[in-house]
Design a protein around this ligand. Structure first.
Ligand code: PEP
Length: 265
């Protein structure tokens, strides 16, 4: 995945949606798929804001075993149905190598979450699944460790990998994680893989999502992945970070203006 022999960042196609240097890709949707109605409403919000890829978790990697773990296979069906209904390709997380086949059957892109960045069996299985992979940075991973995780996928013959900076653990307790904006230009320098940022999981707070999105895109990120929810106060997962209402208008405004300003159409 090194930049050697590459003059520019690669473009990864997810269905018909590009992620690469010529665009600013918005991936949006609910943190977790909860019901068909909630997923559809969130997907419609995503479309309104300019998203070209729908996100949604069916297998959720939760810190507490008592928290909502996702709907599993039923959630995949809901997400795939909703994706078809709104006309967007879908990305969803796979947390276990044994689930790679079923997730790849439904999804246009597989997501490897922060907690599994060094789950090497999972990386290899995802690399062999024939679908693009969104590889989130581990909570405490160095750039080299992150790139080596990408190599596990690439080694299986799959170079359709998109990196995602989603915040790292630091000593600052007032936000959930610290978005490492530096990762964007450094990874662009080291690797030809596109890189997007996840301001929702970085901040854990709705009010910080747009400022962090601007920072990441300003630093050269190839896109954003954000959580949206029609009723965040009822969300079964990460409601406080989900965009809704005016914040969605702000996101739509950002997507309508920023790509042209950045010279990306
Ligand atoms: C997610 O995107 O749903 C998620 C759990 O993200 P992360 O792995 O970055 O915590």
């Amino acid at each position: 995945v090194s930049k050697e022999n590459h003059t520019q960042t690669s473009t990864v196609m997810v269905g018909n949606a590009p992620i690469g240097p010529s665009s600013v890709t918005l991936i949006a949707g609910p943190c977790a798929v909860e019901t068909p109605a909630q997923t559809l409403e969130a997907a419609q919000m995503a479309v309104q804001a300019g998203a070209t890829i729908l996100r949604g978790g069916a297998f959720k990697p939760r810190t507490s075993p008592y928290a909502f773990q996702g709907l599993g296979a039923a959630g995949l069906e809901i997400l795939a149905d909703v994706g078809r209904e709104v006309g967007l390709p879908i990305v969803t997380e796979v947390v276990d190598a044994r689930d790679v086949d079923i997730v790849a059957e439904h999804a246009d892109m597989l997501q490897i979450g922060t907690r599994n960045m060094q789950n090497f069996a999972l990386l290899q299985a995802a690399g062999a699944a024939g679908k693009p992979v969104l590889l989130k940075r581990g909570l405490t991973a160095t750039y080299d460790e992150w790139l080596m995780a990408a190599e596990y996928i690439a080694q299986r013959g799959n170079l359709d990998i998109v990196l995602c900076e989603r915040g790292i653990r630091t000593y600052e307790p007032s936000v959930r994680n610290t978005l490492d904006v530096t990762a964007v230009p450094v990874m662009h320098d080291l690797s030809h893989l596109p890189i997007i940022i996840d301001p929702s999981h970085a901040a854990g707070r709705r009010d910080l999502v747009l400022p962090l999105a601007r920072a990441g895109l300003g630093a050269g990120a190839d896109g954003l992945i954000v959580d949206v929810h029609p009723h965040p106060e009822q969300a079964l997962c990460d409601g406080p970070q989900a965009l809704v209402g005016e914040a969605m208008d702000e996101l739509a405004q950002l997507m309508a203006t920023l790509p042209a300003l950045l010279g990306r159409t």
